[in-house]
Write a protein that binds this ligand. Structure first.
Ligand code: DX5
Ligand code: ZN
Length: 213
């Protein structure tokens, strides 16, 4: 299991140290939550902050857009050369066009599904994707409770992925901890995001390793 700590739960007063600590602690990716105050009822950080994060990082960035205007935000973050940019299917009228745009920029495209969205809704996009991100909380805030139905959804998505594009990864985001990690693994999940579980612990490295099952 790959682990992507979410910096949403980091101490922004000492962000450089917080980034270094998860990289040295053995994380696989750095999850960056971008919110616009419209698609979700919260706002986070812009490129002025994510730029220095990218500089401090020794692991690739996994940027999660929770915004209405995906194309605008992709243009803002593409210069930082993230490994993945994921966008919500619920906020995009032309997902295939956005995927092509990301490919053209050399960024791996990923689509995010909110808790109510079905894997079948993106079946015909799977062959063009590098990853699907399943939300296991309602997007907008860290520290929420895990929604268990995501486990069944991940297993269903895995079947579709095996049929359409076995190289596509499944990522789960929200409320992930050492209690649900084994069920997620069993359902076929490849990557987990963990914000409060990692940054709320006294030993980041130990927390990260406990999820690398
Ligand atoms: C929620 C974000 C998550 C959040 C996860 O909108 O997408 O990435 O930081 O935080 P935890 O792991 O605390 O649920
Ligand atoms: Zn996220």
């Amino acid at each position: 299991m790959l682990v992507a700590p979410s910096i949403l739960s980091a101490d922004f007063g000492k962000l450089n140290e917080e980034i270094k600590a998860i990289c040295d602690g053995g994380c696989d990716l750095i999850h960056v939550d971008v919110m616009d105050g419209h698609f979700v009822p919260n706002m986070t950080i812009g490129p002025v902050v994510v730029g220095p994060v990218a500089k401090a990082a020794t692991k690739p960035l996994d940027i999660h857009l929770m915004v209405e205007d995906n194309s605008f935000f992709i243009d803002l973050y593409a210069p930082l050369k993230p490994e993945y940019i994921s966008f919500h299917i619920e906020s995009e009228k032309h997902p295939h066009r956005v995927i092509q745009k990301l490919r053209g920029l050399g960024i791996k495209p990923a689509i995010v599904l909110n808790p109510h969205s079905t894997p079948e809704s993106i079946e015909y996009l799977l062959e063009d994707l590098d990853m699907v991100l399943l939300m296991s909380v309602n997007p907008g805030f860290g520290g929420q409770k895990f929604i268990p139905s995501v486990i069944e959804k991940a297993a269903k998505l895995k079947e579709l992925i095996n049929k359409r594009n076995p190289n596509c990864l499944i990522e789960v985001d929200g409320g992930v901890n050492d209690k649900n990690i084994h069920d997620l693994k069993e359902a076929g999940v490849d990557v987990v995001v963990a914000g409060s579980y990692v940054y709320g612990s006294s030993d980041y490295s130990k927390a990260i390793k406990s999820l690398q099952v």
